[in-house]
Ligand binder design. Structure first.
Ligand SMILES: NC(=O)C1=CN([C@@H]2O[C@H](COP(=O)(O)OP(=O)(O)OC[C@H]3O[C@@H](n4cnc5c(N)ncnc54)[C@H](OP(=O)(O)O)[C@@H]3O)[C@@H](O)[C@H]2O)C=CC1
Ligand SMILES: CC[C@](O)(C(C)=O)C(=O)O
Ligand SMILES: [Mg+2]
Ligand SMILES: [Mg+2]
Length: 335
């Protein structure tokens, strides 16, 4: 049953009322990482789900093959009781202005999996519209996979506007319907989710970890060591070590490694992540809080994603990638 964890309210399936979704027309915009997971999990929970996509979308066929009704965005929004916006953040404001706002019925629920556009004021819904967020704390493909396996990814939820008076119940039902209530649905607000999510992915989960792995790999290979050894030490074992931390904290991981490794951990870690690194992280957070990051990210999108595409290409051509591709061929369980 519902409770508090470290001051945050947490709900489970038993606290959620799926009937808040039953009989409602649900539209999920986008059939990508999050879109396919929300749509399929809700459909398997008996909900009436339509997918909205742009004409000619590469996702159209996959959604239809999964047994979902697919319509162009504006058509899919018309008559919907709940519209969950699961298209890329940088496109949402334009799609909202062109296809969603003119077709969103009075009193509808407008939902997001990340607070970016509401928090930074890029989307400002009408006063009659209920606005909530269900943000899974994990990639969409795991939202789907864990649901199929019988568990679920924990979700944050938040309510921004509640003219109907029951938006929190609808949000909790959504989070439960996609599997979040099996592990926990935690209350937050749009500001906190947006800023912590952006900080996490930039400084630690995506930006931080890939730079750490890449730099370690470069140091070893530039010193003449075999790329295979460098890959195992800096990338392959990362998952195994993080799995132990995930299961039982730093203590479980340090219990499992040798004393040599544990001594080296305390001896060298603070030389890699220094006071300067912390200072840089604080600046990253400040740029998120001020909206500087959001504006630069959106400007890059309007500029044909020049920054994103150049960096995507450079990363794909880094020497660690062919080494990984070859080594993963040895790992039959990854196929
Ligand atoms: N990825 C993740 O795991 C997480 C994402 N989120 C949030 O979820 C939201 C969706 O992200 P994510 O799942 O990564 O998105 P994806 O990039 O995976 O979604 C792409 C989908 O959106 C469709 N799409 C693109 N442009 C349009 C358009 N103009 N009109 C209609 N459909 C369009 C694409 O179709 P096509 O291009 O074929 O037309 C495709 O189906 C974001 O707010 C994100 O921050 C939150 C938590 C985790
Ligand atoms: C860590 C990246 C993420 O925030 C996520 C999967 O939670 C995202 O935006 O994709
Ligand atoms: Mg996230
Ligand atoms: Mg994110």
């Amino acid at each position: 049953m519902a409770g508090k964890i470290l001051g945050t309210t947490v709900y489970y399936d038993a606290d959620c009322n799926l009937s808040k979704l039953e009989g409602k027309k649900i539209t999920v915009l986008g059939y990508g990482s999050q879109g396919h997971a929300h749509a399929l999990n809700l459909k398997e929970n008996g909900m009436d789900v339509t997918i909205g996509l742009r004409g000619g979308s590469s996702s159209w066929k996959a959604a239809e093959e999964a047994g979902l009704t697919v319509k162009e965005t504006a058509e899919a929004v018309k008559g919907a009781d709940i519209v969950m916006v699961l298209i890329p953040d940088e496109l949402q404001a334009d799609v909202y202005a062109e296809d969603i706002a003119p077709n969103l019925k009075k009193g509808a629920y407008l939902a997001f999996a990340h607070g970016f556009n509401i928090h930074f004021g890029k989307i400002v819904p009408r006063e009659d519209v209920n606005v909530f967020m269900v943000a899974p704390k994990g990639p969409g493909h795991l939202v789907r996979r864990t649901y199929q396996e019988g568990s679920g990814v924990p979700c944050l939820y938040a309510v921004e506007k509640d003219p109907s008076g029951d938006t929190e119940e609808v949000a909790l039902a959504w989070a439960s319907g996609i599997g979040g209530g099996r592990s926990g649905i935690l209350e937050t607000n749009f500001k906190s989710e947006t800023e912590t999510d952006l900080f996490g992915e930039q400084a630690v989960l995506c930006g931080g970890i890939t730079e750490l792995i890449k730099t370690g790999f470069e140091v070893l290979t530039e010193a003449g060591y075999e790329p295979v050894n460098a890959y195992f030490e800096c990338l392959h074992e990362m998952k195994l070590i993080v799995d132990l931390i995930y299961e039982g904290g730093f203590q479980k991981m340090r219990h499992s490694i040798s004393n040599t490794a544990e001594y080296g951990d305390y001896y060298a870690g603070p030389r890699v992540i220094t006071a300067d690194t912390k200072k840089a992280m604080k600046q990253i957070l400040a740029d998120i809080q001020s909206g500087k990051f959001a504006d630069e990210f959106l400007a890059d999108s309007k500029n044909g994603q020049k920054f994103l595409k150049e960096h995507r290409e450079a990363a794909a051509n880094h020497p660690i990638e062919p080494v990984g591709a070859e080594l993963r061929n040895l790992m039959s369980w990854l196929k």
